[in-house]
Design a protein around this ligand. Structure first.
Ligand code: GLV
Length: 346
């Protein structure tokens, strides 16, 4: 396939898989030959490869799968800069074997993502979206004491599965709601690692206890083969009656078909999902339910956070191409043996 849009100079060639902010795209063009996707088309793998096979760098979104077969056809590729904190879309081991550096965008999206987790939590708890739909449908005829009864947030128990940076930011906000925070990680964190939370306010528990005791369960584990369907029928059955499940991490951690069935049966009572299996193709059973709030993978979507992510991704990419160790290196083990140890330009 013929690909147009790049200069013919010898500057490093960069492929961008999704539309990015025009001023940042322009900045990129000043330094590189850029094959970008300002039309935001859904490139097939072959369409991506038509651009990537002669490229030095890739600036990619977290939904685009970059696997060993793709990498094998990109002999010049030095760096894959993911515009996301999660990098399950990239076969990092294959990158390392090929000497390709992988980077991500941690930190800059932490607070925005924690805010969105809370938006979902409150919306699901207090049935905001369902009530909005009902009101707009012209069905509000009188005040009713039993209308849209939701779950109490203040004073409830917040459970966090995967207490990393975003989990800690969510836990910090819980103090304002006088919540008890419990969490499960592979290892308990030192008390001071949960900012502002005294040990009794953020307590490590085993996973079954987390499922059993949380009124609100927020999922923040990275997606991998080990976390695929980590929350399925058996786990949902252990959740408390009246509880609410929030997935702000990745689709596939929850078995969406099992969740739809559990929500239909009323336990958990509600869910808030920013990520789903096979997104953007949502399981139809979820779409049919009123007790689930759905958002289209917008956890970090504030202008500040999303621009900071793109900026950091560009910075990571530039660092690698210029021979500097990037700020957010995913596969540090590749650094000494990376494919492009010398600056790629010239
Ligand atoms: C978004 O999903 C991210 O991982 O940053």
């Amino acid at each position: 396939m013929a690909v147009t849009g790049a200069d013919t100079g010898n500057r490093p060639r960069v492929v961008v898989t999704r539309r990015i902010f025009p001023d940042l795209a322009q900045q990129l063009r000043r330094d590189y030959e850029v094959l970008d996707n300002q039309d935001d088309a859904n490139w097939t793998t072959e369409e991506l490869l038509a651009r990537l096979s002669a490229a030095d760098a890739l600036l990619t979104d977290p939904v685009r799968q970059i696997d060993a077969q793709v990498l094998a056809r990109c002999p010049r590729l030095c760096v894959i800069s993911n515009i996301a904190v999660g990098f399950n879309n990239i076969d990092v081991a294959a990158c390392t074997r090929a000497g390709i550096v992988a980077t991500n965008t941690p930190d800059v999206l932490t607070e925005a993502t924690a805010d969105h987790a809370w938006a979902l939590l409150l919306a699901a708890a207090r049935r905001v979206v369902e009530a909005d739909r009902w009101t707009r449908a012209g069905r509000w005829e009188r005040f009713a004491y039993d209308a849209f009864l939701g779950a109490d947030v203040c004073g409830a128990t917040l459970g966090i599965l995967g207490m990393g940076r975003i989990g800690q930011a969510i836990a910090r906000r819980a103090q304002g709601f006088s919540m008890r925070v419990i969490y499960h990680n592979r290892h308990a964190l030192p008390a001071q690692a949960v900012p502002g939370a005294a040990p009794e306010q953020a307590r490590w528990v085993e996973r079954p206890q987390l499922l059993r005791d949380a009124d609100f369960l927020v999922l923040l584990v990275p997606y991998s083969a080990a976390t695929h369907h980590l929350i399925g029928t058996a786990e949902l059955a252990q959740m408390k009656p009246g509880s609410v499940l929030i997935n702000i991490a990745r689709g596939g951690i929850v078995d969406d078909a099992a969740l739809a069935q559990a929500l239909r049966a009323g336990c958990p009572a509600a869910a808030g999902l920013d990520v789903m299996e096979n997104e953007p193709h949502i399981h139809p059973a979820l779409l049919a339910l009123d007790n689930v709030v759905l958002t289209p993978h917008i956890g970090s979507a504030t202008a500040t956070a999303r621009r900071a992510m793109v900026r950091l991704a560009i910075e990571n990419l530039a660092d690698v191409l210029q021979g500097r160790r990037p700020r957010a290196l995913v596969n540090g083990e590749v650094w000494a043996s990376r494919r492009c140890a010398a600056p790629a330009a010239g």
